[in-house]
Design a protein around this ligand. Structure first.
Ligand code: LLP
Length: 421
């Protein structure tokens, strides 16, 4: 069930009106729904339940400590991409044996930190990295679990910046090199070889693309085993998309249909799991966006309505420094009024105050006539939103609030000028 609904033309997150939250905490303001996060954790776990598995939440999608704590409490593990994320995951209560460390450029101190905490595994991206991990694990006096990240040379579609599975991308090890490297790694004294990993990209909604990757991985596992090596774990990574279109509908909103009616990441996964499970490996996935994107909304306030010869600009107080996805990937986010009115719709650009023409949330979008002081919600902003925020233009980072039924709490204070120094 969608925790965002209109009641008497007022947008609510669970049982709290967004008008109330913005009047209390100001804007720009990130608001998250607990129910949405808990529901998506549970449905992801349910779909994996048939096979031995682990679900590692990709911390990079949203690293707010309170939200991490919520996800850890749901029993998920964490996939981290840096020492900072590992620190946050440990502090949020993810047990080390439920943590993996991915990333193409792990630094020595990051590997050491992971080794000292005895995390479950490092997802390794190059031959040299295996040697470095072995050396550091030996110095720390431990054995490091590793999975090799295979580059399956699969075009996952979508924006080039979030595609990671093609051979020209920096990620992973060519499949053909995996058996040889596994053999070499199996001879190293402080390496515990666990299996194979892949992550082909992000915001992928094509089952066929994932099936292709799953088949290619299963094939690789068979090859490796025929070569006499053991593979116990298969980590299929993340990348399960969401539908950013038509998240909310109401008679007073411009009509916007879902692009993928009935689509859900767990349903997508359900059709891929049999292929992965056929290997008999313990399975793992690393969803980020599909756990947290739809839980979040970025609330902004209208500063000005400016009409030029060609355009109407709705200038709001949040910008690309708060949510960079539209600027960086031309990503689509539904934008809705926090308070609906029966006014005509007009075509507008919703833009921020930052000194860049790329600072927009939407272009040529239909919206009810907005007045100075009105509030807008940029929907599905829970993933890759606040985590990518910056202080560009001397702007303070937004506050974050988490709603749980009728209750809410500030889970990150708005920055103050002192934070800029
Ligand atoms: N595992 C690894 C190794 C990853 O690199 C990522 C995301 C994930 C899991 C989680 O992927 P997800 O399920 O969230 O798609 N900033 C971009 C997305 C970048 C994704 C980076 N890696 C965006 O806003 O669309």
């Amino acid at each position: 069930m969608n925790p965002y609904t209109y009641r008497n033309a007022e947008l609510y997150c669970e049982s709290v009106s967004l008008s109330h939250l913005v009047s209390q905490f100001g804007t720009p303001l990130y608001v998250y729904s607990t129910q949405s996060i808990v529901d998506s954790c549970r449905s992801m776990q349910q779909v994996m339940a048939g096979s031995p598995h682990r679900t590692y939440y990709a911390v990079k999608a949203n690293a707010n400590p309170a939200l991490l704590h919520l996800i850890a409490r749901e029993g998920l593990g964490a996939d981290v991409g840096s020492k900072g994320e590992l620190y946050l995951a440990l502090r949020a209560g993810f047990p080390p044996e439920r943590i993996t460390f991915s990333g193409v450029g792990k630094q020595d101190d990051e590997i050491e930190y992971g080794c000292k905490h005895n995390i479950h595994a490092f997802n390794v991206e190059s031959a040299q990295e295996i040697e470095v991990i072995n050396t550091i694990a030996s110095r720390v006096g431990t054995t490091a679990g590793i999975l090799l990240r295979a580059n399956l040379d699969i075009d996952a579609g979508g924006h080039a910046y979030v595609s990671t599975g093609k051979k020209q991308n920096k990620f992973g090890i060519p499949s053909a090199d995996i058996p040889g490297l596994l053999r070499r790694a199996s001879g190293l004294s402080h390496i515990h070889l666990l299996g194979i990993h892949s992550h082909i990209g992000s915001q992928i909604t094509s089952t066929e693309t994932f099936l292709q990757a799953a088949r290619s991985l299963a094939h690789l596992v068979r090859n490796v085993r025929e070569a006499g090596l053991t593979v116990q774990e298969l980590d299929f990574g993340g990348g399960y998309g969401i539908d950013y279109h038509g998240f909310l509908s109401h008679p007073l909103l411009p009509q916007e249909r879902p692009e993928l009616p009935g689509f859900s990441a767990p349903a997508l996964l359900a059709s891929i799991i049999p292929v992965l499970a056929s290997t008999g490996c313990r399975l793992a996935v690393q969803p980020g966006r599909s756990i947290i994107a739809q839980s979040g909304v970025l609330c902004v306030r209208v500063l000005y309505r400016k009409q030029t010869e060609n355009k109407v600009f709705i200038i709001v107080d949040g910008g690309m420094n708060d949510l960079i996805r539209p600027s960086l990937y031309h990503a689509y986010h539904q934008i809705v009024p926090v308070t609906l009115r029966e006014t005509p719709h007009e075509q507008v650009d919703v833009v921020g105050p930052v000194c860049e023409s790329g600072d927009f949330f939407a272009q040529d979008r239909m919206l009810q006539t907005m007045e100075r002081g009105d509030f807008l919600g940029v929907m599905c902003a829970g993933a890759y939103g606040f985590v990518l925020a910056s202080n560009y233009n001397g702007r303070l980072k937004a506050a974050e609030v988490c709603v749980d039924g009728p209750a809410y709490s500030v889970v990150r204070e708005r920055e103050r000028f002192d934070d800029l120094q």
